[in-house]
Design a protein around this ligand. Structure first.
Ligand code: GAR
Length: 192
């Protein structure tokens, strides 16, 4: 089984679908640990419900992004993590983190990258007037929301969409492609 470390900042629905895919036997993996950075993140409750160990690393307790990332890397290593899944992780990464897990950090983002990078991707898409947006699962690089794309799914923008209704439609697709993309990433790695 792939040894996963999941990172989440908030709700954790993507954490949950990965855990569910594993439970259902659709993804041959184990979640070694969930790391979350906000004390109130619902993701932590979801981990408790599923018997997954959760570690709070609050970025506010660290002097720099690098110090914070050192602690994250240390924790992931302690749990023997092989693949890192950023499932709604809302912090910028430094080279400390990227270099510790070369090509093994997977990120999910609520737009069709390279469009609408950064925070508020759903709002950005709505404001731009595009009729199609979606979600992307990719290998994370130092530059925010860039790196080789593993999978994307397209989602229509409807005339009376709000950020909430559009995000809900995007999340249905996120939940479908994230477990598949994790399996795909591992396949791609093993082709030499
Ligand atoms: C997801 O839509 C994910 O794509 C997005 O945060 C949401 C987390 O949902 N990530 C980013 O915006 C990263 N910049 P969840 O907590 O329910 O999994």
């Amino acid at each position: 089984p792939l040894k996963l470390g999941v990172m989440a900042s908030g709700n954790g629905s993507n954490f949950d679908v990965v855990a569910q895919a594993i439970e259902d036997g659709h993804l041959n993996a184990k979640i070694q640990v969930l790391i979350y950075n906000n004390p109130t993140a619902k993701a932590a409750l979801r981990a408790a419900n599923r018997g997954v160990e959760a570690v709070l690393l609050n970025h506010r307790d660290y002097k720099s992004r690098e110090k914070f990332d050192e602690k994250i890397v240390q924790t992931l290593r302690r749990y023997d993590v092989e693949w890192v899944i950023m499932a709604g992780w809302m912090r910028l990464l430094t080279s400390v983190f990227i270099d510790a897990f070369p090509n093994k950090i997977i990120n999910i983002h609520p737009s069709l990258l390279p469009s609408f990078k950064g925070i508020n991707a759903v709002e950005q898409a709505l404001a731009s007037g595009v009729k199609i947006t979606g979600c992307t699962v990719h290998i994370a690089c130092l530059e925010m929301d860039s790196g080789p794309i593993l999978m994307q799914a397209a989602v229509p923008v409807l005339p009376d969409d709000t950020p909430e209704t559009l995000h809900a439609r995007i999340q249905i697709q996120e939940h479908r492609i994230l477990p598949m993309a994790i399996a795909l990433a591992n396949e791609v790695h093993s082709i030499k």
